[in-house]
Design a protein around this ligand. Structure first.
Ligand SMILES: C[S@@+](CC[C@H](N)C(=O)[O-])C[C@H]1O[C@@H](n2cnc3c(N)ncnc32)[C@H](O)[C@@H]1O
Length: 291
């Protein structure tokens, strides 16, 4: 009970909406960390706030303060909360020039490694993982590669595992595929079923879709290539630097880091890397003694 006799949540609800929503979002974020171990404190605040409000609509509660008791007492809501707070927007061969560069410049470099371990961070519904698998198959290195595709959104991961995508997006994906240096037909890699397409099972052979939180979980050791595209834009600078340190520790010397085209290396970490293409945000971890 507060001094005026109301419970803290009733007290917050009695304040003007914009101010109380900010406080409630903060309390909700604190509750998620203390109760469920998910730490959103260093996510960019404005977009996080919008997503919390979206979650209110999904869970049919009026205000952010109402989410707190609901999610505090019901573990089964956590996957819906994580899905609601994440933005699993993606596409096949997104930014095709990045894939063209990977095909022409990076895969030839990686061919010198006996195994090619790839960590694809923030895989959402899997389109980027399947694009990578196609690239690796066409460059004849897929049999030596392992793609670890990770995300915190379990429903997106389940869709990624199924590899079923809306047929209406295939035209756009085919255009991206050709711009990425593809020479076959994208239809060689899926089976159409009415308004859906199912990616060929062979593409999934060396992909592991799994839950991993870059904010709190540990390194993926001995990676030759890490792609983390369009994930760091949702983090503040401090968290971006922390997560990039995790990538640095996960990469072998000479390994490659590929960020989203709107993202950049944190000042604290950029002496560990050399830009191979500064515009495409593709970096190489420097050999020992050079950093
Ligand atoms: C906009 S999508 C990017 C998808 C893909 N990489 C691309 O560029 O098309 C961002 C993804 O990052 C995931 N994500 C957000 N926070 C994360 C975290 N802490 N650990 C792992 N994944 C996270 C979200 O769930 C979402 O699926």
């Amino acid at each position: 009970m507060s001094a005026c006799g109301a419970s803290p949540i009733e007290y917050i609800k009695s304040m003007p909406h914009t101010k109380t929503d900010d406080i409630a979002v903060q309390l909700f974020i604190d509750m998620l960390r203390l109760r469920h171990g998910y730490d959103f404190r260093h996510y960019a605040r404005a977009s996080l706030r919008r997503r919390v409000m979206g979650l209110c609509r999904q869970l049919q509660v009026e205000r952010a303060a109402d989410l707190i008791p609901l999610v505090l007492h019901d573990d089964s809501l956590l996957p819906r909360v994580l899905a609601g707070l994440s933005v699993p927007v993606t596409e096949m061969f997104r930014d095709p020039e990045v894939f063209l560069y990977l095909r022409r410049e990076i895969l030839p470099l990686l061919k010198s490694f006996p195994r090619i371990n790839i960590w694809q961070v923030g895989c959402a519904t899997g389109e980027e993982a399947y694009s990578l698998a196609i690239l690796l198959q066409e460059e004849d290195v897929y049999h030596r590669a392992r793609i670890f595709s990770t995300d915190i959104n379990d429903s997106a991961l389940a869709q990624a595992e199924e590899g079923i995508f809306p047929a209406e997006r295939i035209k756009e994906y085919s255009r991206n595929y050709f711009k990425a240096g593809g020479t076959r037909s994208l239809s060689d890699y899926y089976h159409a079923q009415y308004d859906l397409v199912k990616m060929d099972e062979s593409l999934k052979a060396n992909i592991l879709f799994t839950h991993h939180n870059v904010v709190s979980d540990g390194v993926f050791g001995e990676m030759q290539l890490i792609l983390c595209r369009n994930v760091l834009i949702y983090f503040d600078r401090e968290l971006q630097a922390r997560v990039q340190k995790l990538f640095c520790d996960s990469l072998v010397r000479g390994g490659i880091l590929c960020l989203g085209m709107k993202e950049s290396l944190a000042p604290r970490i950029d002496n560990e890397f050399r830009a191979l293409d500064a515009r495409l945000k593709i970096f190489r971890r420097l050999p020992k003694g050079v950093a």
